[in-house]
Design a protein around this ligand. Structure first.
Ligand code: SF4
Length: 354
């Protein structure tokens, strides 16, 4: 039987050669005997036999959906038959899933429908980067913003982040963890040996509305979460991305913009406004383009640095979390009329933030 996965290499190669093999894989290359030899890590006869019995990846790309702006959504099939999504954002960044499903259950997110299935392993996190690098070798940024809540799988995420920093040429400052936040998780991040940049999903500055939209997020005041995010910004020297999914008639009014301004006034960060993309099963409306522009403008008028991400034509079945649920996962390339970005750009993502 063929052993699969990054972990299988562990049983075959000693630590030095294992690291060379891992570096090769994370660059998108194959850790063939020739490639190892070329890097001064010649395998012994016994190790060659071991390598021959290994398939270094346990996951595979089951489909690719291409959006009009060049973003590519990969449907990744896991060894147990589960599926996740990994998105090549077209700007040198890749968005990783961290769980199969999600326990937070944000009312506007397809990924939360059906709840959490399981956490991804470190290897499954890293293999997403391997698949991405095979399509885009120049990849230089990683965001943990796909399916799942990264802080619910924090040990694995931080270990993967550490390996990517050491062997994948992605510095911690070029990795962004997107979270709905909890004081406990943010405290753990503060103490971690690797500290990705932080994106905090606000969605509403009013706690009652936020807790309604994010029913299983920690019931902690958003002001306290923002204060903890500020600590992260102060200790890393990196700004926090505050994200809000904009839902028509729910949180897109001037009063909500003003509440965000009050909440984030003077903070070391910027706001990423992401008009919600329609998901058939969910009872929300996408805000009009004019309303979204006005919302972002009001944030800017209030003194915040705000970006607006407008993807006009994502088909419903290509929206966040839909592909793994079996819709739109056809292996052929498919284009949508997605168009992105009005206003300024700065480190934003195409995805529904966690
Ligand atoms: S938006 Fe993020 S945290 Fe919320 S349900 Fe979806 S994947 Fe989970």
């Amino acid at each position: 039987m063929i052993a699969t996965g990054l972990a299988a290499l562990d049983g075959v190669l000693d630590a030095g050669k294992l690291r060379v093999a891992r570096r090769l894989l994370l660059s998108g290359a194959q850790p063939t005997p020739d490639a190892l030899r070329a890097r001064g890590a010649s395998p012994s006869r016994e190790q060659l036999a071991g390598l021959a019995s290994i398939e270094p990846l346990a996951t595979r790309v089951a489909g690719v959906v291409v959006a009009g702006d060049g973003a590519r959504r990969l449907v990744i099939a896991l060894a147990d038959g589960q599926r996740i999504e990994t998105v090549l954002m077209g700007d040198g960044g890749v968005c990783l899933s961290t769980q199969v499903g999600c326990a937070v259950g944000c009312r506007f997110c397809a990924s939360g429908i059906g709840g959490l299935v399981r956490n991804l392993t470190v290897e499954e996190l890293l293999e997403q980067v391997v698949h991405a690098r095979r399509l885009e070798p120049a990849l230089k940024r990683v965001v943990y913003m796909g399916i799942g809540e990264p802080t619910h799988n924090l040990d694995a995420v931080l270990e993967a982040a550490s390996i990517l920093m050491a062997d994948g040429d992605v510095h911690e400052r070029s990795q962004t963890l997107s979270t709905v936040g909890s004081l406990r998780a943010l405290a753990r991040l503060r103490e971690a040996s690797v500290r990705p940049s932080l994106a905090l999903s606000v969605h509403a500055a009013r706690d009652d509305l936020r807790w309604t939209l994010l029913p299983h997020a920690a019931r902690e005041p958003i002001a306290e979460l923002v204060a903890a995010a500020e600590d992260h910004a102060a200790s890393t020297g990196r700004e926090v991305q505050y994200a809000t999914a904009l839902l028509g008639g729910v949180n897109d009014g001037d009063d909500h913009a003003d509440a965000l301004v009050s909440l984030l006034d003077g903070k070391r960060g910027y706001v990423n406004v992401i008009p919600w993309n329609a998901v058939a099963e969910l009872p929300f409306a996408r805000p009009s383009r004019e309303r979204a522009i006005a919302f972002a403008a009001r944030l800017r008028a209030g003194g915040l640095f705000a970006t607006l991400r407008w993807s006009a034509g994502l088909t419903a079945d290509a929206a966040c979390g839909q592909l793994r649920r079996g819709r739109g996962a056809s292996p052929q390339r498919r284009s949508s009329s997605e168009r992105s970005e009005m206003g300024t750009t700065r480190g934003s993502s195409t995805l529904t933030p966690s």
